[in-house]
Design a protein around this ligand. Structure first.
Ligand code: MN
Length: 375
């Protein structure tokens, strides 16, 4: 069941380093030196953090009744990894030292999965406010190194709208993040559309980050409810749900960002368009509701409303494919600190054979534009 079998005694980094030796036979990047005077800034756009009060509340709820939610269970597992928690909870010296080591100029901070929406419903928004205040303080202390996305609890629709507005205007954050489903619910359900309306009105990009699927015994039994299966599948549902709900027709300026090179979705654009009629306009798919008829092809939403980051996939052929198919302006660099961190991987990005213009867009420019970052 663990995503990372160790993290308690030995420490996450040493564990990852040991495993890295074995992975040398796979597709993992060869050893390399990070360029210290690269002609681009490295802006990492899916970098995780959390804070002690939230971890404590997640663990307390897990132990008192929340056990049906595998996403909450994941918080309990991460909470038992002290080295991981040290890195997640630090918004100062330790994080900056690692960024310097890897040559990362700026991190975009995302409240890590599972976030606030696994807590008792009446508590979520208060923790989101706390998270956003803390993130804004960290950005204020290190304006050249940190930017952050706003957390919110979508179960509290009115509270989410208020908090996203506050985070974007008063706190000056750079978009919003949701760790995918909330007890098996998704933003494509129309009850949550005031949140989408607010995001569009505030010009706030929404990053949908993975979490463990809600009721996931079939994943857990096989050991891949995380990055190997459950994570990408859940964001797949969320993204395709938004497309087929007509959300991008109703909110044409809504901007969605998904990680891990689009959770494999870009590879399927041809088939999505081919098969679009299976769901598009088909009666009976949503109970008694009127069928939704989309204005565009599925692929066109990927080319107009969706951006992908490279978190965890420092793999040149796959990045090149996404740049070619979605457009070079739609692919953003991310590391996924502290879950996946490697100077060899950063060096591999430095070696990738893209034009200087496209490399600059990948590592820096696209992030600055999508998240309205300071230049
Ligand atoms: Mn991540």
């Amino acid at each position: 069941m663990p995503l990372l079998p160790d993290g308690s005694e030995k420490g996450l980094r040493s564990h990852m380093e040991e495993r890295g030796v074995r992975r040398r036979n796979g597709l993992a990047p060869a050893a390399g030196e990070v360029l210290r005077n690269a002609p681009y800034k490295r802006i990492a756009t899916e970098e995780a953090w959390t804070f002690p009060e939230l971890v404590k509340a997640q663990v307390a709820f897990f132990e008192h009744g929340g056990r049906a939610d595998a996403s909450l269970g994941m918080a309990g597992m991460f909470a038992a990894m002290p080295r991981l928690q040290d890195m997640l909870q630090d918004l100062g010296e330790l994080r900056l030292a690692h960024m310097d080591e890897y040559g990362i100029d700026r991190q975009l901070l995302l409240l890590t999965a599972p976030g606030v929406q696994v807590l008792p419903e009446r508590e979520g928004t208060a923790f989101a406010r706390m998270a956003n205040d803390l993130a804004a303080e960290a950005c204020g202390r290190h304006p050249d190194r940190f930017s952050a996305l706003a957390a919110f609890d979508p179960r509290d629709v009115a509270g989410s709208v208020k908090e996203i507005e506050r985070a974007m205007s008063t706190l000056g954050l750079n978009g919003a993040v949701l760790n995918s489903h909330f007890q098996g619910h998704y933003l494509d359900e129309q009850a949550y559309w005031p949140i989408l309306e607010c995001l569009e009105a505030m010009d706030a990009a929404l990053y949908i980050h993975p979490t463990a699927p809600f009721n996931a015994p079939h994943y857990q039994y096989r050991g891949f409810y995380g990055a190997l299966g459950g994570f990408p599948h859940d964001v797949w549902v969320h993204t395709m749900g938004l497309i087929f709900s007509g959300a991008f027709d109703r909110f044409p300026k809504l901007r969605l960002v998904i990680g891990h090179l689009g959770e494999c979705l870009p590879l399927h654009l041809y088939r999505f368009d081919w098969m679009q009629n299976n769901a598009d306009g088909a009666p009976g798919l949503r109970g008694q509701a009127e069928p939704v008829v989309l204005k565009e092809t599925v692929s066109s939403y990927f080319r107009n409303n969706i951006w992908v980051t490279t978190s965890g996939v420092g793999y040149e052929p796959a990045i090149r494919f996404c740049m070619e198919q979605l457009g070079p302006e739609r692919v953003l660099y991310a590391m996924d600190y502290p879950y996946q961190q490697s100077s060899d991987e950063v060096a591999a990005y430095d070696r990738m054979d893209f034009s200087p213009e496209h490399k600059l867009m990948l590592m820096q420019g696209n992030a600055e534009r999508v998240f309205n970052l300071p230049r």
